[in-house]
Design a protein. Structure first.
Length: 692
């Protein structure tokens, strides 16, 4: 039985800006357009049944085959190719998708290599190839005429004037399609560059790229880099099985890229791990048009190039017209297909942390180097004997900051004793974290000191007339008595003033001693999970752009690659400790009572939302939609995802006032919340519209 979620998924996918592209390289029969049309139609039906695509892209000259040679001059092949196009156009009445196929077409007295856009039973437009390769193994100028400014604006087919030219864009809902053909991508200024300036956000390339040693990577790089240059989706379908192998082999390479990232590629002839030659290849992926539009708005340079366009562009609307036949969606009749309830693209559960271990370690090494370089420059501006002061808790963030401080001092050839690492146990400190902090500072050979802040905190509570966690105190109350009473307080009790006093006392002690190195990370900045003018403040913060999900891996990397002989066990112990500010008292058996993730939600969800909110411009509904499509380390229920997303956005808006006055710190990734660089937002902005 089909669930309501399955029925609603295609609608949700499109509402959130996902556009499904199928790129297909079917088996062709050289010079047999009737057979090729039948194969094209069979592919269309199979893909529509499988995945309900918005666009289906076929290779260059796919209706005739690319390798017909001088047969392209014969009226028999040209007539049969046009008949094939008619059959495909008629068949699209039963297919939701826009379909793009390639064929040779008479234009005036010449033959042109064209892409035909068909939708809902109609040929909607024809785009000719601009640049014909005529070197080495290619000799297209022998058969075809290249597009030029003298081309007609329409071509008449069956009493219909079909829009024709390289100045055509095709609007398909939120997608604006542009087309280029094979060699067009290889030239210094591809036609898609101008089309993107004119508004295209999806580029379709019909290709017949033969296989040579190393060419697949070159092809892949071109597609990916062009998608990044244009901040667009780029779909590529290349000729494959069935093409003549008299002199060349065609691999059927299909690719989809989005803004500089490859989001999928098919098998191809030439893959080293394939024992069987693929007869037909295909690739189906969802591209995120909302994300592309957001990124273009952020960059803001596309409109600056409008004056560079060689000519105005014409737009062909692909939305169905009332006069056209009703089209039944194949997906509506096949909602039980498994693929219909899942995005056809990988949604990274940890966008800040590479899955591949070697890449992750490479990333960690680079981040530590950036953090260290930032601190080295700052220390060079200070007297060499000025203490570099840092508070050490035995937790992840302060450990990472101390490791960076040691690296910076070592690079400057200074004595590590210039680092003043202060352990400041309070009412919430456990023996576990205190031992970790002690082992860490001793193992690194820095100056260290332990200052119990509890007497200062107790005196402050008395001075301001505060009853910590509801307990009455007076001048006769001593620290150990209060500690014992606090540990018996109800586990759900909260007291923000009790927490803030401890955090601000620690900052006061640090600021009184030297140049204070901050420890708070990017995730804490996003959520405001810090005490204003307490742990939120320092004189330089090397962790300012490091998200919480990445901090643990950085500490583990340091343990495995830099301190394997000395602090390996201690660093892994710290990395495995639950995240806690340790401001509320431990349990009676000495365990951490205050678990941050139990209070505000899992950090892997918060970092996921942080990335998609700041980097992708997503609303709450889309962030939840993406999270529900994602395989996290720990499965999260829909209720947890939705509650955490609401918490994230609410706290993100509430705590901008803290971010408006954070200390300097180096940017290390594509997401940063520095008010001087990446994120400027009024502190009194409302979150209502974003939570609606």
């Amino acid at each position: 039985m089909t669930s309501s979620n399955e029925l609603n998924f295609p609608k949700q996918r499109r509402q959130h800006g996902f556009y499904r592209i199928a790129t297909v390289s079917p088996k062709v029969v050289v010079a047999d357009p009737a057979a090729n049309a039948a194969e094209t139609i069979a592919c269309m039906d199979a893909i529509a049944q499988q995945s309900d695509p918005d666009l289906i892209l076929f290779p260059e000259l796919g209706q005739s085959a690319y390798t017909c040679g001088d047969l392209f001059a014969t009226h028999t092949l040209l007539d049969a190719s046009l008949d094939a196009l008619r059959r495909i156009a008629t068949h699209t009445q039963t297919c939701r998708a826009t379909v793009i196929v390639g064929l040779p077409l008479r234009v005036g007295t010449s033959v042109m290599n064209v892409a035909a856009v068909v939708r809902d039973g109609f040929i909607r437009g024809l785009v000719p190839k601009s640049f014909l390769p005529n070197y080495r193994e290619f000799y297209e100028a022998r058969h075809f005429l290249a597009a030029s400014k003298t081309d007609p604006t329409t071509v008449r087919i069956d009493s219909q004037d079909i829009p024709f030219g390289t100045d055509l864009l095709f609007r398909d809902g939120s997608a604006t399609l542009a087309i280029e053909i094979c060699e067009d991508l290889w030239v210094p200024v591809p036609p898609s560059s101008h089309a993107a300036i004119a508004g295209a956000n999806v580029i379709a390339n019909l290709s017949a790229s033969n296989e040579l040693v190393g060419k697949a990577q070159w092809r892949r790089d071109l597609v990916v880099s062009q998608s990044g240059r244009l901040i667009a989706a780029y779909a590529y379908a290349s000729a494959g099985g069935g093409e003549s192998t008299s002199d060349l082999v065609f691999g059927g390479h299909c690719l989809v890229a989005e803004n500089g990232a490859l989001i999928g590629e098919s098998r191809r002839i030439g893959d080293t791990d394939d024992e069987d030659l693929p007869v037909q290849t295909e690739l189906i992926r969802d591209v995120d048009l909302q994300r592309l539009d957001h990124d273009r708005r952020v960059v803001g340079s596309f409109d600056d190039f409008q004056s560079s366009l060689p000519r105005p562009y014409r737009t062909v609307e692909l939305e169905r017209r009332q006069t056209e036949p009703n089209v039944a969606s194949t997906a509506d009749a096949n909602t039980g297909v498994a693929e219909s309830t899942q995005l056809l693209r990988r949604v990274d559960p940890h966008p800040f942390v590479p899955d591949d271990r070697s890449k992750r370690e490479e990333r960690c090494a680079e981040i530590l180097a950036i953090q260290t370089a930032g601190l080295v420059k700052r220390l060079q501006q200070l007297p060499a004997d000025l203490p570099l002061t840092i508070g050490i808790s035995g937790g992840l963030d302060s450990t990472l900051a101390l490791l960076v401080a040691v690296s910076a001092v070592d690079q400057l050839k200074r004595d590590r004793k210039v680092i003043d690492a202060i352990i400041m146990p309070g009412f919430g400190t456990t023996q576990h974290t205190n031992d970790s902090a002690t082992q860490l500072v001793q193992g690194l050979g820095v100056t260290s000191e332990s200052i119990d802040i509890r007497p200062l905190a107790l005196r402050t509570f008395l001075d301001i007339g505060h009853s910590p966690l509801g307990l009455s105190i007076d001048a006769s109350t001593d620290v150990e008595e209060l500690q014992s009473r606090l540990q018996r307080v109800d586990a759900d009790a909260t007291d923000l003033k009790f927490e803030n006093v401890q955090a601000r006392l620690r900052t006061m002690l640090l600021m009184s001693r030297g140049f204070v190195l901050g420890t708070g990370d990017l995730s804490e900045q996003a959520l405001g999970w810090s005490t204003y003018n307490g742990d939120h403040m320092s004189m330089y913060n090397v962790n300012a752009s490091v998200p919480k999900t990445l901090v643990r891996y950085l500490v583990q990397y340091a343990a495995d690659h830099r301190y394997r002989k000395s602090l390996h066990e201690t660093l892994h112990r710290i990395a495995d400790t639950p995240i806690s500010p340790e401001l509320l008292p431990p349990t009676e058996d000495g365990e951490i009572r205050q678990n941050t993730e139990a209070s505000i939600g899992p950090y892997e969800l918060h970092d996921f939302f942080l990335y998609h909110f700041v980097r992708g411009g997503c609303d709450v509904a889309k962030m939840c939609f993406l999270a529900k499509q994602t395989e996290f380390n720990t499965p999260h229920s829909d209720d947890v995802i939705e509650a955490t997303a609401e918490t994230f956005v609410r706290r993100f808006f509430q705590n901008q006032f803290k971010r408006n006055c954070v200390p300097d710190g180096p940017k290390i990734g594509s997401v940063s919340l520095s008010p001087r660089g990446d994120w400027r937002m009024p502190a009194d902005a409302s979150s209502a519209a974003f939570l609606d």
